[in-house]
Write a protein that binds this ligand. Sequence first.
Ligand SMILES: NC(=O)c1ccc[n+]([C@@H]2O[C@H](COP(=O)([O-])OP(=O)(O)OC[C@H]3O[C@@H](n4cnc5c(N)ncnc54)[C@H](O)[C@@H]3O)[C@@H](O)[C@H]2O)c1
Length: 520
Amino acid sequence: MKQFLAFGVTIVLVVCLYKSWGSPTNGVSHYGVAYDDGDNSVDGAMEDNAAPGDQQNRRSPGPSHERLVLSVANNRHGLKELNGIDGDGETDHNDDPNAGGPLAVDDVERVLKHNKPLPMRKGSLVAGMQQRRIQPLPDTFGLDDPEREARLDELHEAKRQILELERKIQELEGRIPRKYPDVTFLNYKNRKRILITGGAGFVGSHLVDYLMMQGHEVIVADNFFTGRKRNVEHWLGHENFELIHHDIVNPLFIEVDEIYHLASPASPPHYMYNPVKTIKTNTLGTINVLGLAKRVGAKVLIASTSEVYGDPDVHPQPETYWGHVNPIGPRACYDEGKRVSETLSYAYAKQEKVNVRVARIFNTYGPRMHMNDGRVVSNFIIQALQNQSITIYGSGRQTRSFQYVSDLVDGLVSLMASNYTQPVNLGNPVERTIQDFAEIIRDLVGCKSKIIELPAVEDDPQRRKPDISRAKKNINWEPRVPLQEGLMKTIDYFRKELARSNHSQRNIFVPETTEFRSLL
Ligand SMILES: NC(=O)c1ccc[n+]([C@@H]2O[C@H](COP(=O)([O-])OP(=O)(O)OC[C@H]3O[C@@H](n4cnc5c(N)ncnc54)[C@H](O)[C@@H]3O)[C@@H](O)[C@H]2O)c1
């Protein structure tokens, strides 16, 4: 009997102790579920930060998401239930100027940022809630369980969407420069509408820069065969700029005052890739451009080439030299294509009174050249930057003269502005052997690449040097950028290109106004 009484008293004591000390309905927890005190470490961190004497909080369940969200709400409603929500041991509402306002996504974010969700272990608060759903929520929200969960889901979804939008905005901001290069304001009378065919290519994109900075309206028509949108991407969205995806082999109907016809692949691997298309671009394409110029009364400049001289037997080459071209060789699609292009220009000038300019462009280099177009400068720079052997085709004694691209642009613009209608050479008359170029580039890059010789290429011209007296006399032009200076800018551009490892890394070359003589 005694034993029975002792057992009964023990039971009563245990029940009383349980009620007064740890009962879910008596403590802070409103959930009325059992939890495992030792089941989460976040709890411990909270306890460290809890205000002294806050005994109830010490036994409160860990800061699961739901609980923390509620605690923010409670603080806003003046319940001040939990301390240390943001980890600094102080109640949130004290330093929150918006305290008392509606629960915001910020609050949830703040809570979520500092408190990771608890694992759904057996006996934990969240698991307990989900498994048993015993008690209704406190009426702080005035919401029942499913509604509260739905609200929390909404908040999480909103947070996810906000983060996604922020990521997209950052990506877009990285792509589009916030500021355009400086553009002079031209009034309606002085502002021209200028079409550049092939304007997304190497030379064309620099011409775009110049004309845009001068304040003109520029329209680029390009089929992106060798050109790239990113060459002109720093102008996208500018009110004076328009980019049209168009193959010039098809007619184009627009209203313009001037046309620079640059559309044509320019490097041997590119123009030999599809010789028939190269011929069409330089014949049908030129007819379309001259036809457009005739219809709208526009002045037109045709980009011809020093290749019309072929492998010359006159040196240096004046415009009066008729050339030495193999009409059926591998380069003929380009060389003869450009010769027909010139012939068409003067036929339209004579017969249809079209106002034409013809620029015979010599080798040009600079930023935005293709990395792998097989041209001497780009080949040598890339090989040197990668510490590979620099390859020369032939003996290396063949000569070339290279002009920096901003000099060429100055020349093209001066020729267009002049009254001179005969062909004009635009090139740098400083002549060097290919061997010299290889050594200069190797020294500027500062590498130890070997220079090696490979068999010569068929029909490769042995000497190339422009006679620019016509340009000096008639359009007051001569190149002014020293080789070393131009090469350093180009090397810098290629170095950045090689450093790109993914598409979103940009290497946008934005020119300075000082690049161009006539903008100074
Ligand atoms: N860069 C030089 O050293 C050099 C030398 C002599 C002549 N040129 C002439 O200057 C012009 C520009 O040369 P680049 O070095 O900028 O070459 P590039 O290949 O970088 O640019 C040519 C542009 O024309 C575009 N294009 C080609 N075919 C087209 C078509 N059918 N329709 C529309 N667009 C087309 C290409 O996509 C590209 O954007 C060319 O006409 C070239 O013959 C250049």
